[in-house]
Design a protein around this ligand. Structure first.
Ligand SMILES: Cc1cc2nc3c(=O)[nH]c(=O)nc-3n(C[C@H](O)[C@H](O)[C@H](O)COP(=O)(O)OP(=O)(O)OC[C@H]3O[C@@H](n4cnc5c(N)ncnc54)[C@H](O)[C@@H]3O)c2cc1C
Length: 419
């Protein structure tokens, strides 16, 4: 039995997205009495509408050497994968400076190693968390079918594939006949694909998060509905959470409020270079086609997948404030691109969604103690990879809260690293 099981230390987690919920389950397994606080129900923010890709092989950082050369073309294309709002430039430019600095080959390799560590066991870890929930079928086996259209041909020597191959990802190229056996609904111009085997996908990421939160609750965990307005560090090492309801006190706190973690840290005088990288999805409720795997359009940089609620296309990066009104032109663009990839797709019933990725310039999250604050742990900043990294984040946080020495260095993800 863990020491904590005997003394029943309390831990409060702010944020019931996939990161907060996985932290809650891992801490609960160690015997902690955990309170999970969210202003909404679990899994209703960014963890709701993502592409559901759960890959042990997502070890490719966003910034690769030379990626900046593509940026002007992407910005000029109305269906391109990135956009930004001019008023964001003062925040965005210093972030982009750091982002491109992280695209040096040695740095990319180190980041890929860290990502690999955070991803590699994610499928068995989810299976473990889902066991006994009755919702085990929310996670299914999948390949990652990375489809090539037009003039570009797949080349496994390209860095993005090499980074995976160097870390033993089961990757191979297929030509059109084999591709159509995997995904018969693809359009005529899909000539080949890179297949990554051994992945999983969530058939409804929001429901997956809810099922795990229900398990936490059924095992005695407390889920509290409240909006935290600010945090206060008290002289005795405890914290006061100023809420929309009454204030709450806690001794140990995990901050897992996604992109909104920065608002709360500001009340403690902490500033970190995390920005809001928004993405969209369009869901086709009555699609008339089925995909068997997560399908990535390599040129368009969007992912399509059959979910329990229809065919969902998710992607795009929009640099805009988290609370700015959504620009659904981004989702309409995804709709057009999906129709060109899946010509038989029925587009008559569509739902649009916008979510906010919390992103640091080195593609890595912040996991660990916040210097200067006892018993305050960061678990945010998972950008494009939160579904994949959530179980490992929970495990690391549970170890740190328990005061265990980590079995490998966490320097690359500590909140006060050099970005
Ligand atoms: C279009 C898109 C596609 C994606 N596809 C994938 C994918 O295929 N695979 C993958 O691994 N990742 C993917 N991601 C990334 C992934 O969705 C995120 O990294 C992940 O959901 C972040 O989880 P989180 O728990 O940190 O944040 P969230 O899910 O945003 O949760 C934060 C929670 O904190 C709560 N909160 C915030 N502030 C407060 C407050 N003041 N008081 C109370 N509660 C508060 C919110 O209500 C929310 O529930 C995608 C993201 C997008 C946008």
């Amino acid at each position: 039995m863990h020491k904590e099981k005997q003394c029943r230390n309390d831990v409060t987690i702010i944020g019931a997205g996939i990161i907060g919920v996985c932290c809650a389950l891992s801490l609960q397994e160690r015997g902690y009495a955990v309170t999970l606080i969210d202003r909404s129900k679990p899994g209703e923010a960014t963890s709701f509408g993502n592409a559901g890709v759960i890959s042990p092989w997502s070890c490719v950082p966003q910034c690769l050497p030379g990626v900046w050369k593509n940026v002007p073309g992407w910005l000029l294309d109305k269906d391109g994968p990135i956009s930004f709002r001019f008023r964001e430039l003062p925040t965005l430019l210093p972030w982009l400076w750091r982002f491109f600095a992280n695209g040096k080959p040695k740095k990319v390799n180190d980041i890929a190693d860290m990502m690999d560590r955070l991803m590699i066991d994610n499928i068995p870890a989810y299976q473990h968390h889902l066991k006994g929930t009755g919702s085990e079928n929310l996670l299914v086996d999948s390949h990652y079918v990375n489809v090539f259209r037009g003039a570009t041909k797949p080349n496994l020597n390209d860095l993005a594939w090499k980074l995976r191959c160097d870390r033993n990802a089961p990757v191979h190229i297929v030509e059109r006949p084999e591709l159509l056996e995997l995904e018969p609904a693809l359009s005529d111009d899909c000539h080949s694909a890179v297949i990554i085997e051994g992945q999983a996908r969530a058939v409804h990421p929001g429901d997956l998060c809810k099922a795990l939160a229900d398990k936490f609750s059924a095992n005695g965990g407390a889920i509290v509905r409240a909006e935290i307005r600010s945090l206060e560090a008290n002289w005795d090492g405890t914290y006061t959470l100023h809420c929309d309801t009454q204030p709450r006190q806690c001794k140990k706190m995990v901050l897992a409020a996604g992109v909104w973690s920065m608002d709360l840290l500001r009340s403690l005088g902490v500033k970190l270079p995390m920005i809001s990288e928004r993405g969209y999805h369009v869901e086709f409720a009555n699609p008339n086609v089925t995909l068997n795997n997560s399908v990535m359009d390599v040129a368009g940089k969007f992912v399509v997948s059959s979910m329990s609620s229809g065919v969902r296309t998710a992607g795009t990066t929009e640099f805009a404030a988290a609370d700015a009104p959504p620009d659904y032109a981004r989702a309409h663009s995804l709709e057009r691109l999906t129709k060109s990839l899946l010509p038989d797709l029925n587009t008559s019933e569509t739902n649009y969604w916008m979510g906010v990725r919390p992103s640091f310039p080195d593609s890595l999250p912040a996991i660990g103690s916040l210097p200067g604050f006892n018993n305050l742990f960061a678990a945010f900043g998972h950008s494009h990879y939160g579904m994949g990294m959530a179980p490992a984040t929970g495990k690391i946080i549970a170890g740190l809260v328990s005061g265990e020495a980590p079995n490998a260095s966490l320097d690359m993800i500590k909140p006060d690293r050099k970005f």
